[in-house]
Design a protein around this ligand. Structure first.
Ligand SMILES: [Zn+2]
Length: 275
């Protein structure tokens, strides 16, 4: 058997070892192929090497979903929510790597280290019970009717927002307070799924990239941002659990068995690729 045949055989054998992961936003199981050593190597390298936001790494993480997905229908990576991403990574880790996922903690006082085991099944279960945000928002300005459908943003839009914020930090010399304000003003546009203006739909808005969404959002009347208790931002803040992704992953609060000091840490969706 030559290398070409071997690769072909491996590809076929991967196809016969499928597993399912429940994707919360569409409420169903999707079939996936096993991760290859090459894919694991690339993603692990990035997760260890990335210190701050990296568009390249985030897009790589998303593309893993399309690469591993067995069927072409259902859902693409650009539609996944943040909670879907957590469920997907936890599922990939659980079904592909038999060693338990452990995070090493080092106590700042006595310098002893110990491993804390992450319960992947619990994370997956929490994600499956997550209620995605869904409501309509309508308002009139000067006799014109605006109707918006509000839903959880896609993870792709979220990373595009972070890239935009990063660019503003560099090009406009924004400080941390400016960035916080910019994010608060801009983020609501990611929650708009569809827009109707005087009864007619704006085509393609739900699939639009962040830049196009932002352009339209910036042209909407200020009622959307400043309307007392009824602005879109306040509605989202009321109904949406901003800590949802942190809650899914679970904050780690544990006791160092060696010195009994209490240690805390937060998991992120990068934690799944630690080996
Ligand atoms: Zn200690």
């Amino acid at each position: 058997m030559n290398l070409e045949n071997a690769l072909q055989l491996l590809e076929e054998s991967n196809g016969s070892h499928l597993y399912e992961i429940f994707i919360p936003s569409i409420g169903k199981d999707i079939k996936f192929k096993p991760i290859t050593t090459g894919q694991q190597k690339t993603i692990s390298k990035f997760s260890v090497g990335v210190k701050s936001f990296s568009l390249k790494y985030e897009m790589l993480k998303l593309s893993l979903f399309d690469e591993l997905k067995h069927d072409d229908d259902d859902i693409t990576s650009s539609e996944l929510t943040e909670i879907d991403i957590i469920a997907f990574f936890a599922g990939v880790r659980l079904n592909n790597i038999s060693e338990p996922l452990e995070i090493k903690f080092t106590c700042g006082e006595c310098n002893t280290s110990f491993d804390y085991k992450i319960d992947l099944e619990k994370i997956i279960e929490r994600c499956s019970k997550y209620n995605h945000l869904e409501f309509d928002f309508a308002f009139d300005v000067n006799g014109n009717k605006y109707e918006l459908a509000i839903a959880d943003p896609s993870y792709r839009n979220l990373i595009e927002l972070e890239e935009y914020v990063e660019q503003m930090r560099i090009s406009m010399d924004y400080n941390d307070d400016d960035i916080t304000e910019l994010r608060a003003f801009t983020k609501p546009c990611l929650y708009i799924k569809t827009v109707k203006y005087n009864g007619s739909d704006i085509d393609g808005f739900s699939r639009a990239g962040f830049v196009d969404k932002l352009k339209l959002y910036n042209s909407l009347p200020p009622k959307i941002t400043f309307n007392g208790a009824k602005s879109i931002l306040s509605l989202i803040l009321d109904e949406f659990d901003l800590e949802a992704s942190t809650n899914m992953m679970g904050e780690i609060k544990c006791t160092n068995p060696l010195c009994l000091n209490k240690l805390e840490g937060v998991l992120t969706n990068d934690s799944f690729f630690i080996i």
